[in-house]
Design a protein around this ligand. Structure first.
Ligand code: ADP
Ligand code: MG
Length: 716
């Protein structure tokens, strides 16, 4: 970077901070580490909150009983041990002395030293003989240095910025102050004045001014409203734009449906469908009969019976002479699906193909040939079906089972598998159904899934008994296993889940065998002690698929009493006689995962029990376990998970490629979210390609933010 002095020029929004002479090089370096490199970056580096900074006064003039702010130099410090250990410091200015006391914060002895200059704020109290001494208890404090030695003459709302050990919030505030006035006039608004007035939103430049230099808390709130709305609106516009684009450029095979076909399919199911299953099948059928590609999320709690929905859709494809694919997240689940669907379709002429990594080369080639020739109607495999070399003759329906992450880009990949349709300029793609037992909290569904239709199975098959869940400390685990033994004696079966990094057989060689050491040691212990004499077997992703099949087969047949397993059993495993689940080190699992795991029991007519053995070490872990014990409702748990972890993580945005929100807070800004969504839908309805006059800037910004991950790059 060229030295600042050489070409200062006017400060532009795109100017690198290194060329802004008013900024110290040390700040510039520190800001760069925060990813803030240009003036624009700095303007977009928004405060995370605000605090009230009271006007400062000389110590002599501080009034006891009120919140006061003072500055001065630390003259002495000491730690007073005891039941409530405290750290004390004396602050002097030229008018007097102020005593500072912090309870239970003796670590401050490493942060506050004699000779340091501090600004402190807190409630002033008089004490000592004749109230001669003035004291602040647990005051807020900040170290002052030459850069921040500005006396606050008046009370004000002060921004608090995301900062680092290299640059504190006060200095970031100073840096912003030095570019803000030059930058603001260059900020163009992508929303029209009319729209802003109608929504009572400030202009963009004004919003940035109010965010960085609010005259009041109301101004800070107005800035937040505008910037959060923007963020939500742009995302929603992107999502709806994408949807409109799909409609214009893609088509799918419309499937045939008749009452006769319906009767035929249903005759295969060994039970009557629940009302919820019937409703969802209705929604799915309506989708599949259109020539517009379906893109539907089917959410239903663990055990709610999603598989029959998948099967119905696939059989409808077969009935219309097309193919369907079912993709599971693990080989184990793909194998389970293959077995149970084979059972259901026994004696029919539907041809099935199981495609997993377990196939030998020639077996795989033969299977691929059958799929390409259209000699396979239903293809079942793992999510790798997406990426592999699999070619279909006429793939009309794709079902993605147990999708926990809701990345739009996975579905985009799928669309990439499309074939060219003859005689139609639109690309032919399969209908897509995504199934999940990790319900998306409504809030999130509203945001990111604008391009998905959602069906919900909100009813369990009849006769299910609720699962009792207990959280037990590890020191009580002997009792837990005594209970397990009783249940096994009575003929029930159990799962014992152990946390282990289990990357599955396909990654064998990559991970070390030691990852499964935990599982092996638990297994050895149970065999020798707690469950001695019981028939135990291990289940994890590294087992050869033949071994896995064999073990599952024996477990299902009741020849194994308990499976000691990794989370491979988290999805899909369905053995109604298994009524006990023990999860070791349950604090190491996420809430969604615990719920999934627990869903392996409670599938029969008997009352099931889930025991979470845990010694939680963090408040988060404690909250997760408490939530598990409190409810078995997957939707309630998903909302709770969102509260505990925040949307970024729940959503797995990073993996999914969707940008996280910088300003909007999905919990607090629900109203804005709903408004932005409604506005965006109406907007794209009006202007489906977002290229009306006056929409240039909006469109440019939208594409820059969301074009790539939404696959909008080819727009215009
Ligand atoms: P999910 O995939 O939603 O977790 P499954 O499709 O595996 O659930 O179904 C769970 C269990 O419930 C399976 O044993 C399935 O056979 C059974 N089941 C599904 N629907 C019904 C129904 N309508 N009546 C009775 N049992 C059902
Ligand atoms: Mg399932």
């Amino acid at each position: 970077m060229s030295p600042a002095a050489e070409q200062p020029g006017p400060i532009r929004i795109s100017t690198p901070l290194a060329e802004v002479r008013a900024l110290r090089p040390a700040w510039v370096d520190a800001l760069a580490r925060l990813g803030v490199v240009t003036v624009a970056d700095l303007i977009k580096h928004l405060p995370m909150r605000y605090e009230r900074l009271e006007a400062e006064a000389p110590i002599r003039d501080l009034a006891a009983g009120s919140i006061v702010t003072a500055r001065g130099e630390i003259s002495a410090t000491r730690v007073r041990p005891g039941r409530r250990p405290r750290f004390e410091a004396a602050l002097l200015d030229h008018t007097g002395r102020l005593d500072l006391v912090w309870f239970n914060q003796t670590y401050l002895k490493d942060r506050i030293f004699p000779g340091m200059r501090l600004r402190v704020q807190g409630q002033a109290k008089r004490f000592g003989p004749h109230g001669a001494w003035l004291q602040l208890v647990n005051p807020k404090w900040e170290a002052l240095d030459e850069d921040t030695e500005v006396v606050e003459q008046e009370s004000r709302t002060r921004p608090v910025y995301p900062a680092s050990e290299h640059i504190n919030s006060a200095k970031i505030e100073l840096a912003v102050a030095r570019v803000l006035d030059a930058a603001l006039p260059q900020i163009e608004d992508h929303l029209s004045d009319d729209l802003r007035r109608a929504k009572d939103l400030p202009g963009l430049a004004e919003a940035y001014r109010m965010a960085h230099r609010p005259a009041s808390e109301e101004e800070a709130a107005a800035a937040h409203r505008r910037l959060a709305y923007d963020e939500l609106l742009l995302l929603q516009l992107g999502v709806f734009l994408r949807r409109a684009q799909v409609r214009r450029t893609m088509r799918a095979e419309p499937l045939r449906w008749s009452e006769q076909i319906d009767r035929h399919i249903r005759a295969r199911f060994p039970f009557a469908l629940t009302g919820a299953q019937d409703r969802v099948i209705g929604e799915v059928v309506a989708d599949l009969m259109r020539d517009e590609p379906a893109n539907r999320l089917i959410q239903g709690d663990v055990g709610s019976g999603k598989t029959v929905i998948a099967l119905y859709a696939m059989l409808l494809a077969a009935a219309s002479g097309h193919q369907a694919a079912l993709m599971a997240p693990t080989e184990l689940l793909a194998e389970q699906h293959f077995l149970s669907i084979s059972e259901v379709l026994k004696g029919s002429n539907v041809r099935m193909e199981l495609l997993t990594g377990a196939l030998g080369r020639s077996e795989r080639d033969a299977a691929l040939a059958r799929i390409a020739a259209g000699d396979a109607d239903l293809v079942i495999g793992t999510h790798a079906l997406l990426t592999g070399d699999v070619k279909f003759r006429s793939l009309a329906v794709v079902v993605i089972d147990e999708q926990h992450r809701f990345g739009v880009h996975q579905r985009a990949t799928l669309r990439g598998k499309a074939a060219e349709a003859a005689g139609d300029s639109r690309t032919l793609v399969p209908h897509t159904l995504v199934m999940t037992a990790t319900p998306i909290p409504r809030t999130l569904a509203l945001t990111l899934l604008g391009d998905l239709d959602v069906s919900t199975i909100d009813q369990l098959p009849p006769g299910r008994m609720p699962i009792a869940t207990r959280v037990v400390a590890s020191e009580k685990s002997a009792e837990v296993y005594r209970f397990v033994r009783q249940r096994l004696d009575a003929g029930d079966q159990a799962y014992i889940v152990v946390p282990a990094i289990d990357t599955g057989a396909s990654a064998a060689g990559a991970g070390g065998d030691e990852d499964l050491a935990d599982l092996r040691s638990v297994m050895a212990r149970l065999e020798a002690h707690e469950l001695a004499g019981k028939r135990l077997a291990a289940m994890h992703g590294r087992l050869a698929s033949r071994t896995r099949d064999h073990v599952m087969h024996r477990f299902r047949a009741g020849l194994i009493d308990a499976l000691i397993a990794t989370t491979v059993i988290e999805v899909g495993v369905d053995v109604p006689n298994a009524t006990v689940m023990v999860i070791e080190h349950a604090d190491m699992f996420g809430l969604a995962q615990l719920h999934q795991l627990r869903g392996r029991v409670g599938r029969g007519q008997k009352r099931s029990v889930c025991v979470l053995i845990a010694d939680p070490k963090t408040p988060d872990a404690e909250q997760r376990l408490a939530a598990m014990a409190a409810t078995t409702d997957g939707f309630a748990l998903a909302e709770r998970d969102l509260e505990i972890r925040g949307p970024g993580e729940v959503f797995g945005q990073k993996q999914a490629g969707a940008p996280p929100f910088k300003v909007a807070d999905l919990m607090r800004d629900r109203e804005l979210l709903v408004m932005a969504r409604r506005d965006a839908a109406a907007w794209i309805e009006r202007s489906p390609e977002l290229n009306a006059p006056g929409e240039d800037l909006l469109r440019k910004r939208l594409l820059k933010l969301h074009g790539k991950w939404l696959g909008l790059g080819d727009v215009g």
